[in-house]
Design a protein around this ligand. Structure first.
Ligand code: GRF
Length: 218
């Protein structure tokens, strides 16, 4: 699977958030007022809940926002269809799941498969799921980090785009999950900004589990 050849127009990004939105903010800061230079622009931000700092950041940036809550729909499939519709309205080239704490369903994957980028606070395939930082700490690993990857129908199982490493030190106790997560997020924000830049500007090809950056058409 390959991305369309990069064009002169910046790629359209829809970013999905659930929390504080610092990864979203890093993208917005990197794009600044030069989407052509970066190769992409954020065209909308969506969330799965009301009142997130991520949505507030988007509003401050003057971006269209939407909220699509599971609880507002009769079934998970209905929610997935509504989310798919809300994202599709903004005609994204890439969908960036930046701390979006929901697993998307079949319809969403059918619409945007191969174009959904997720960021995860652990070195996949170790410690997938909602508690990657806590699980890595509990396991006693000496290094952990973050993974930017494409989303497939598993939980944090899709092809890996980029990874960053963070050392776990003696000071990282089980109670220190938040502090370790903050150190991971410092690396994660830069990794995500650079990965999206390269996907958008240089194009990419997904072959099985391998993601090739900048090799479209070869
Ligand atoms: C990130 O570490 C992401 O990997 C995880 O939640 C965090 C989101 O942070 N799933 P933020 O909302 O971008 O600040």
């Amino acid at each position: 699977m390959a991305s369309p050849p990069p064009s002169a127009a910046p790629a359209r990004l829809v970013v999905l958030v659930s929390g504080s939105g610092t990864n979203l903010q890093a993208l917005l800061d990197a794009i600044g007022d030069d989407p052509e230079g970066y190769g992409a622009q954020v065209v909308a931000v969506g969330a799965d809940r009301h009142g997130t700092a991520g949505i507030e950041r988007a509003e401050r940036a003057g971006l269209p926002t939407f909220v699509c809550r599971v609880g507002d729909h009769a079934t998970r499939e209905d929610w997935d269809a509504a989310l798919t519709g809300a994202v599709a309205e903004h005609r994204p080239d890439l969908v960036v799941s930046a701390g979006f704490m929901k697993i998307v369903g079949k319809e969403f994957l059918a619409a945007f498969g191969g174009r959904i980028v997720n960021t995860h606070p652990a070195l996949l395939p170790s410690f997938p799921g909602a508690h990657g930082v806590r699980d890595a700490l509990a396991y006693g690993v000496k290094v952990t980090g973050c993974t930017v990857h494409f989303v497939d129908d598993g939980v944090d199982t899709g092809p890996i785009i980029a990874q960053g490493v963070v050392e776990v030190t003696e000071e990282d106790t089980a109670e220190g999950e938040a502090a370790l997560h903050e150190r991971i997020k410092e690396v994660e924000r830069k990794l995500l900004v650079e990965a999206v830049r390269r996907l958008a500007r240089d194009g990419y090809r997904i072959e099985g589990r391998k993601v090739h950056l900048g090799h479209v058409g070869e």
